[in-house]
Design a protein around this ligand. Structure first.
Ligand code: UN1
Length: 516
């Protein structure tokens, strides 16, 4: 299971801290053949250590990137786009065959429920198919030239190696969006997964390696370096990275952005959200209730698109909140993520449980009321918590301005749509927003420039669960990057503006005459 081990045979002595990608990592013995900096892979349901993954050392990292660059120049940069698309086609087919096994591995490693684990693999399959389509359709353009007998063109070329740093909560799909588009546009991909998402990363990388080798390409085109923050820093600081794509918290994203900008590099940031779902007086209430339930409880509240705030119009506030609480009471099924009946698995890490506990006790201290949930379910395991709804806090209370990555939903009462839009937009993040209304004026206003200021803006659809066909990403502290569909592929390319003169003269632009 240790891909690093496969590539780096033999014993590796413990490297000095400055050269090791596992700063907070345990030092462990692997197979009794030496000491390594390792990361434990822990099942969040039982806290059982399943295995360990060795952290890359600085020397290993350097060698991996060198080999990637060589493979890229030799076999990938100049390959045709339809041929690159075939790699994604075959890879996607393999994933289709293994969807249930890979979905189960995600559930085991992250605590996500089975249906969502499989859904994530489906998302990778979908983006592979999307990339296959792009491989026959990506187009530059021909622009009008002001000079006679000249053609003005725009073309898109690969950037080189794309560093992809992913978060624990979508340990497969986020890499999939990045890798599929980066590969089809002609880049090599270096993946640093979250320390709690290493197993699915190893599995996907091995499937990608066998696909590449079967199609006679070097496997180094898609490499994996496991590690903690130092490995992410090496990627951010590395001039050889044509693009750094980072998914994670706003705080970590800010550090990556500064490091990459410091070397004038390109970054693509997909950071936190603080997403509101607005239920207007003219809403289809059962629809809004379902959307709220999935948006707030799905993935145990650990999506960047999770519904964190529900703004309810004063005319229906009491009845809506009553129905929402009843829905939680009847349908929240917490338990083993591998049991198909479970809707809410454990939080992925012990630290998340602490953050959940701290947010709820602060809310209560400051006058909030727990309407449903609110407790850690120690009877089920150390990392199980109840999805929680809290009322009674001001819309600009610190807890509602920040993202707590746990299933806590705050309810807020508002009077007019303008007020709801203002509350929706007052937070620093701007990833996803949803309005439930059957009124055309309200809906279009919400979607307009006067409306929600996030990257994803929905009507009668919840905040989470975006399809791959649209561009995915947010504004403000959510990072500003766009991944997945639409023209997100452009981020993985360098743009070339080319002018070709097929005439006998050399006219200068702007009509300048440079003769005497
Ligand atoms: C994330 O949580 O980082 O829209 C991504 C969604 C998913 C992606 C979430 N398709 O909820």
């Amino acid at each position: 299971v240790l891909c690093v081990k496969e590539e780096w045979d033999g014993c590796m002595p413990v490297p000095p801290a400055s050269e090791c990608g596992g700063n907070e990592g345990a030092l462990g013995s692997v197979d009794g053949d030496g000491m390594f900096a390792v990361m434990p892979c822990v099942d969040p349901t039982t806290q059982r250590q399943m295995t360990v993954v060795r952290c890359a050392t600085r020397a290993q990292y350097e060698a991996v990137v060198d080999r990637q660059l060589a493979a890229w120049k030799q076999r990938w940069r100049d390959e045709t786009m339809p041929a690159r698309g075939q790699v994604l086609r075959v890879f996607g087919e393999r994933l289709r065959e293994l969807k249930s096994e890979l979905g189960t591995l995600i559930a085991l490693e992250t605590g996500k429920v089975l249906a969502e684990g499989e859904g994530e693999i489906q998302e990778v399959i979908d983006i592979c198919e999307y990339a296959l389509g792009l491989s026959r359709s990506i187009a530059g353009q021909v622009l009008p030239s002001e000079r006679r007998d000249h053609t003005l063109l725009e073309m898109w070329h690969p950037r080189g190696v794309v560093g992809v740093i992913t978060a624990f909560n979508f340990p497969a799909a986020v890499w999939g969006w990045n890798a599929a588009l980066a590969l089809v546009t002609g880049n090599a991909v270096l993946w640093k997964p979250a320390p709690t998402g290493n197993l699915i990363a190893v599995a996907l990388t091995q499937i990608m390696h066998s696909t590449l080798e079967e199609l006679k390409y070097p496997k180094e085109l898609c490499s994996l370096v496991a590690g903690r923050t130092p490995v992410g820093q090496w990627i951010a600081d590395d001039l050889r990275m044509g693009l750094v794509s980072f998914t994670g918290s706003c705080d970590a994203g800010r550090k990556v952005a500064v490091a990459v900008a410091g070397r004038l590099g390109a970054s693509l940031l997909e950071l936190g959200g603080n997403n509101a779902l607005v239920v207007h007086a003219d809403a289809d209430v059962p629809l809004a209730l379902d959307a709220c339930f999935f948006g707030a409880c799905g993935t145990a509240g650990q999506r960047c698109t999770t519904t964190r705030r529900v703004l309810v119009n004063e005319a229906i506030y009491d009845s809506f909140v009553h129905a929402l609480v009843a829905k939680y009471e009847q349908h929240v099924q917490i338990g083993d993520p591998l049991d198909p009946k479970t809707l809410v698995g454990p939080l992925h890490a012990a630290a998340s449980v602490e953050r959940y506990r701290a947010a709820i006790s602060r809310a209560v201290q400051d006058g909030g009321t727990v309407l449903v949930g609110g407790s850690v379910r120690a009877d089920l395991g150390l990392q199980f918590v109840e999805p929680t709804v809290i009322g009674g806090l001001a819309h600009n209370h610190a807890l509602l301005m920040n993202e707590t990555f746990a299933p806590i939903l705050y309810v807020i009462k508002y009077a007019t749509l303008d007020e709801a839009i203002a509350i929706n937009n007052q937070v620093p993040q701007g990833l996803s927003s949803a309005l439930f209304s059957l009124n055309m004026r309200n809906s279009w206003k919400w979607l307009s420039a006067q409306g929600a200021d996030s990257g994803l803006v929905n009507v009668n659809v919840g905040t989470s669960g975006a399809e791959i066909g649209g561009a995915f990403g947010g504004e403000k502290d959510s990072g500003g990057g766009r991944e997945s569909g639409s023209d997100a592929w452009k981020a993985y390319c360098r743009r070339v503006t080319a002018t070709v003169n097929y005439g006998m003269e050399l006219p200068l632009s702007q009509g300048i005459s440079f003769t005497n």
